[in-house]
Ligand binder design. Structure first.
Ligand SMILES: N[C@@H](CCC(=O)N[C@@H](CS)C(=O)NCC(=O)O)C(=O)O
Length: 206
């Protein structure tokens, strides 16, 4: 069985990605939650991951760290499940995931994930607004093309949706206005039983 070590559900955007991928696979896993921001958080994380970060996955003797590496490993374990089957779509999904993983610094800084909060009207820098515009463009492009195949970015659920799931919470928390397709997509993601479970458990964290 997999063991997934994650941080506080209210705050740990990186943790949500592989957690959601495992849930969407329907794969049972042991969850270890380390509350972030406490005096001993780092020490607790280091007991699992020498890199000192969550998420972290253990599969028997194998250690996998970093949300992207974990999702890629899960895709290897369950071929055909977490990436689009079509090679061109897969390339685009990987590009979007890579961009999400390595960019959008202003969005991360100014709209931190805080799933239980409602914080409308926050003034945003031009850089954060540009990040939002870019993400919405990416979503609209794929949703327009793939909406007949299913409700996710590439029709079926993929790692791309896992990577943008934290952004869906950010947009919700900060009341970011979205065009129709993106709004429908975000509502669909938020309504997933796994996302509702994440929210309920974030609320229970207090
Ligand atoms: N690139 C890493 C980033 C992981 C990361 O920054 N995790 C944060 C929590 S969301 C963390 O572990 N913070 C605790 C610390 O740095 O002590 C990934 O994708 O997994």
């Amino acid at each position: 069985m997999f063991t997934l070590v994650i941080g506080s559900k209210n705050l740990s955007s990186w943790s949500l990605r592989p957690w959601l991928a495992l849930k969407m696979l329907g794969e049972p896993f042991e969850e270890v939650l380390i509350p972030l921001g406490r005096a001993d958080s780092k020490q607790q994380i280091l007991a699992y991951n020498p890199a000192g970060k969550v998420p972290f996955l253990r599969d028997r003797q194998l250690a996998v760290w970093d949300s992207l590496a974990i999702c890629e490993y899960l895709a290897d374990c369950f071929p055909g499940k977490l990436w689009p089957l079509d090679a061109a779509q897969r390339a685009e999904a990987r590009s979007m995931v890579a961009e999400m993983h390595s960019s959008f610094t202003a969005l991360r800084q100014e709209l931190p994930m805080n799933v239980t909060a409602s914080l409308p009207g926050k003034p945003l820098s031009d850089a954060a607004l540009a990040d939002i515009e870019r993400i919405v463009d990416l979503w609209e492009h794929q949703l327009e093309r793939n909406q007949t195949q299913g409700p996710f970015l590439f029709g079926e659920f993929s790692i791309a949706d896992a990577f943008f799931a934290p952004v869906v919470w950010r947009f919700h928390t900060y009341h970011v206005a979205l065009p129709a397709l993106s709004a429908r997509y975000a509502a669909h993601l938020r309504a997933l039983p796994a996302m509702q479970q994440w929210l309920a458990e974030a609320e229970a964290e207090g």
